[in-house]
Write a protein that binds this ligand. Structure first.
Ligand code: ATP
Ligand code: MG
Length: 389
């Protein structure tokens, strides 16, 4: 019989509140594998056991889905058998992944100390039996291509190959809620994913400037939210009409501070939405020095407009690193589609890179944005995004 073994991540370091984290994790796992059949899900020590209730269950599907659950550090499909060397030996032919490699080593872990063989003895016996079944293999204890694990736990023995890395992080929703400023670019979906992985529930907000930006630009952001929902579960994307505010800024302020004033306005509107949705922070995709609006000075001017913390998980990342994550989480191909962002339309030719807050506040007060910002919050459009596969 096959079973999924999911190794819990950081929550094993938790103290008294570990139980609450674990329950969240168990329910995330249960709801994500439910589409693949009827499973039982239980935890013991730092492992979650996912057992199929009958043969109609799709183990591979459940395995792939469990790889996207935040809070799981590593996972494998294991063969469960009775606790004897013979039973373990009988299951060896099913380790067909061994046909794809040339070297391996056997490892054993014995939680049940009443098992008659020690771990090194189990390894030796098993290694021998594997070499007989797969004669093309060689043992390499230092850098094996594959590892065959035999684990003797409480009631059963398990045989499995090297575990795959899980999504990591902390279980969904254990860290509170935050508003994600989601543009159509590469960075903000990655920033959102990183915070969701730390247990944050995302409230994505997009600023849209019709007719300066096309309906396709909005569809692209909806698509990005859908791609994020693969990891986070269902989302509600809030689309804020930003046109009137941008036009007002263009009319009333000098060109070199356009971006800074837009950023600050986005911060205030997002913070208001955060208040309305019980969210405790904002998340943006800024990376230090990437563009004029992401210098230390520009970031402090933007931050000063937000009454709540602003999380910037990509602040110390190179673009290359963010691109790698974006490919891994599946948002890259959509992010690079060519659609104008609301800021690129209003981008100044020579943006200020070292703004001073007093000056910016002075220009801002000339723009009289308060009423427009209130209207923007009031008119926000909610787009429901069901969880995608
Ligand atoms: P991204 O790749 O996320 O678009 P970027 O490198 O293009 O980022 P900017 O355009 O300067 O950088 O935007 C910085 C951050 O401000 C974005 O990561 C995002 O969090 C937020 N932001 C910018 N434009 C919008 C928008 N139209 N709607 C919502 N958030 C936005
Ligand atoms: Mg952008």
């Amino acid at each position: 019989m096959e079973i999924l073994l999911l190794k819990m991540g950081e929550i094993v370091l938790k103290g008294l509140n570990r139980r609450a984290f674990e329950n969240k994790l168990l329910s995330s796992v249960a709801s994500c594998v439910a589409r693949y059949g009827e499973f039982s899900v239980e935890s013991r020590q730092s492992t979650i056991y996912v057992r199929a209730k009958d043969h109609s269950c799709d183990m591979t599907g459940a395995f792939e889905e469990a790889g996207k659950v935040f809070g799981i550090a590593a996972l494998s499909i294991a063969i469960q058998c009775e606790q004897s060397l013979d039973a373990l030996r009988r299951e060896i032919p099913r380790l067909t992944r061994l046909n794809r490699v040339k070297t391996f080593k056997a490892e054993a872990r014995r939680a049940n100390k009443s098992f008659p063989l020690t771990s090194p003895q189990i390894c030796a016996e098993l290694g021998q039996a594997i070499l007989e079944e797969f004669p093309h293999l060689k043992v390499d204890v230092k850098t094996p291509e594959e590892i065959v694990w035999a684990e003797i736990r409480e009631n059963h023995a398990y045989l499995h190959l090297k575990a795959s890395p899980g999504a990591g992080g902390l279980p969904a929703g254990t860290a509170g809620r935050a508003v994600l400023l989601l543009s159509g670019g590469i960075d903000s979906p990655v920033a959102g994913w990183r915070m969701a992985r730390r247990g944050i529930e995302l409230m994505p907000v997009h600023f849209y400037s019709y007719p300066y930006t096309s309906p396709e630009a909005k569809d692209k952001v909806i698509k990005l939210a859908e791609l994020l929902s693969v990891w986070t579960g269902q989302l509600t994307l809030r689309v804020v009409s930003f046109t009137a505010i941008q036009e007002q800024i263009r009319k009333k302020a000098p060109e070199d501070v356009f971006t800074l004033l837009m950023r600050r306005s986005m911060m205030r509107i997002s913070a208001k939405i955060a208040e309305n949705t019980q969210s405790g922070a904002l998340i943006t995709g800024d990376s230090l020095g990437q563009v004029a609006s992401q210098t230390l000075e520009a970031i402090s001017v933007a931050d000063a407009a937000s009454p709540i913390p602003v999380f910037r998980p990509l602040i110390g990342e190179d673009k290359e690193e963010t691109v790698t994550t974006s490919r891994k989480i599946g948002t890259y191909e959509t992010s690079i589609l060519p659609h104008e962002d609301c800021c690129s339309v209003f981008t100044p030719r020579h943006p200020k890179t070292k703004p001073r807050l007093e000056k910016i506040e002075h220009f801002e007060s000339n723009c009289e944005l308060e009423g427009l910002e209130k209207t923007a919050v009031y008119d926000v459009e909610c787009v429901k995004i069901p969880k995608q596969d």
